[in-house]
Design a protein around this ligand. Sequence first.
Ligand code: ZN
Length: 63
Amino acid sequence: MSVQVICPNLRCRRVLSVPDDVRGKMVKCQQCQTSLRVPMLSQKSQAAGYGRSAPSSGSSANS
Ligand SMILES: [Zn+2]
C-alpha cells in the first residue's frame, strides 16, 4: 500500500506515491528535491464524544 502526498513546493505540486512505512518521516520530491514530511495516519474513526446532544425526548414535560 502506498501513500499519496502532494509536494509542498508551489511550483511543483507533484503527487508523490510513497510507501506506507515512511509515514511520519521525511521524503524527497523526485522532481524538485524538496523535502516533505509524510503525514501520519489520519484517524477517521473518531466518534468519541460525538452525537451527545441535549436530551430531547425525556419525561420532563412541565405542564
Ligand atoms: Zn516537488
